[in-house]
Design a protein around this ligand. Structure first.
Ligand code: AMP
Ligand code: MN
Ligand code: MN
Length: 316
C-alpha cells in the first residue's frame, strides 16, 4: 500500500535523491516517454545522476523527443543501484518489465494517472482526473516553481496530446488545455508534434490493409473488433492507431483490437464510448482508464476473444 504524496512532497522526494532511475511502462507511448524524458532533463540540470529505463522497443516515430537517445533498456545481467526508482505513467509494477528486478533502490516512487493504479510503490502521486501523466508533470513543475525549457515543453506537450487524443477525448479539461497553452509559450509548435506523431511507416499502412478485413461486429453492432493474427503480427510495426477504425463507426459502443503477439499470448486494446472498460481489463490482469484500457490474455487469439467478448457482453 502506497503513501499518498502531495505535489510538494513528490518534488522534495525527487530532489532528495542523487541517483535516480526513471522508468516507463512497456509498450511505451508518448505519455510515459515524454513525461519521463522531460523530468529526467530537469533532474539532470539539477546535477542528479539520472537513467531512463524502458524495457521495450521504442517506435521510431518518437525519435523527435529530446534526449530519447539516452533511454536505456535494462539488461538481465546488470543490476543498478539507485537512491530512487520512479515509475512514470504505469499503474502496476508488472508494467515496467525488467526494470522491476534490475534496479536496487532505496525508495520506490510512482507518478501516475490511471484509475486502476495498484498502489504498488512506497510513495504515490496519483491524479486519476489528469488526462495524462504529462499534465501531472506540468502541475509538479508549477507547484515547485521548477523552470521549464523548450525541450521539456516538447516532452510534456507530446505526453499530454498523446493521452487526450489531441484534445478530443473526454478526459480533456480546461486545465489540460491551459497546461498545453503554457507549453506552447515555450515555443512548442503543435503542428510539428502532430506531424511527428501521426506519421506512419509504409509497413503500418500495409499491415492495416491486411487487418481491416478482420473487422467484425457483435451485439447488433455495439461491439466491433479487429484481429491481428500471429502470422500477420510484426513486432516492429506500430499498430497503436488501428483500434480507432472500429472505434469511430456509427453505433459502436466498444471497440477492441486483439493482437496475437505470440501463438498463446494476446494483447488486447479496448476503447469505449461510455462503459467502463478499465474494470474489464483489471479482471484480466490489465488496467487503464474508463474509456481506454488494455490487458494481456495468455491464450490463443480465438480463445482470448471468446473470453473477453463474454465479459464485454455483460456490460451492454
Ligand atoms: P492501449 O490500448 O495499449 O493504448 O492502452 C490503453 C490504456 O490502458 C493505457 O492507459 C494503458 O496504459 C493501459 N493499459 C494497456 N495495457 C495494460 C496492461 N496490460 N496493464 C495495465 N494497463 C494497461
Ligand atoms: Mn501510457
Ligand atoms: Mn498516460
Amino acid at each position: 500500500m502506497s503513501k499518498n504524496l502531495s505535489l510538494q512532497e513528490t518534488g522534495e522526494l525527487l530532489l532528495q535523491a542523487e541517483k535516480i532511475v526513471l522508468c516507463t511502462h512497456v509498450s511505451p507511448d508518448g505519455d510515459t516517454l515524454g513525461s519521463a524524458l522531460g523530468l529526467a532533463r530537469f533532474l539532470r540540470q539539477q546535477g542528479k545522476e539520472v537513467t531512463v529505463y524502458c524495457d521495450d522497443q521504442i517506435n521510431a516515430g518518437f525519435g523527435f523527443l529530446p534526449e530519447i537517445e539516452l533511454v536505456q533498456r535494462p539488461s538481465a545481467d546488470v543490476i543498478v543501484e539507485a537512491d530512487m526508482l520512479a515509475v512514470i505513467d504505469a499503474s502496476s509494477f508488472d508494467r515496467i518489465g525488467l526494470a522491476a528486478t534490475q534496479v536496487r533502490y532505496k525508495t520506490l516512487l510512482n507518478i501516475d494517472h490511471h484509475i486502476s493504479n495498484t498502489r504498488f510503490a512506497d510513495y504515490l502521486y496519483l491524479d486519476a482526473e489528469a488526462a495524462a501523466t504529462g499534465e501531472v508533470m506540468c502541475d509538479l513543475f508549477v507547484a515547485m516553481g521548477w523552470p521549464l525549457d523548450y525541450e521539456m515543453a516538447v516532452c510534456f506537450y507530446t505526453a499530454i496530446t498523446t493521452d487526450c487524443g489531441s484534445f478530443r477525448y473526454a478526459n480533456t479539461t480546461p486545465k489540460t488545455m491551459r497546461q498545453a497553452a503554457m507549453l506552447l509559450e515555450y515555443g512548442v509548435q503543435s503542428n510539428e508534434i502532430s506531424d511527428c506523431l501521426d506519421m506512419r511507416s509504409r509497413s503500418t499502412v500495409e499491415l492495416l490493409g491486411k487487418v481491416l478485413p478482420s473487422l467484425t461486429f457483435e451485439r447488433d453492432g455495439r461491439i466491433a473488433y479487429l484481429t491481428i493474427t500471429n502470422d500477420l503480427y510484426d513486432k516492429s510495426t506500430n499498430t497503436d492507431s488501428f483500434v480507432s477504425y472500429p472505434r469511430y463507426i456509427e453505433g459502436v459502443e466498444i471497440a477492441v483490437m486483439f493482437k496475437a503477439v505470440e501463438p498463446e499470448v494476446t494483447r488486447v486494446s479496448m476503447r469505449s464510448q461510455s462503459v467502463d472498460v478499465a474494470q474489464v481489463a483489471v479482471r484480466f490482469g490489465g488496467g487503464g482508464h474508463l474509456r481506454a484500457a488494455g490487458c494481456t490474455i495468455y491464450a490463443p487469439v480465438e480463445e482470448a476473444r471468446r473470453q473477453l467478448l463474454a465479459e464485454l457482453s455483460k456490460l451492454i
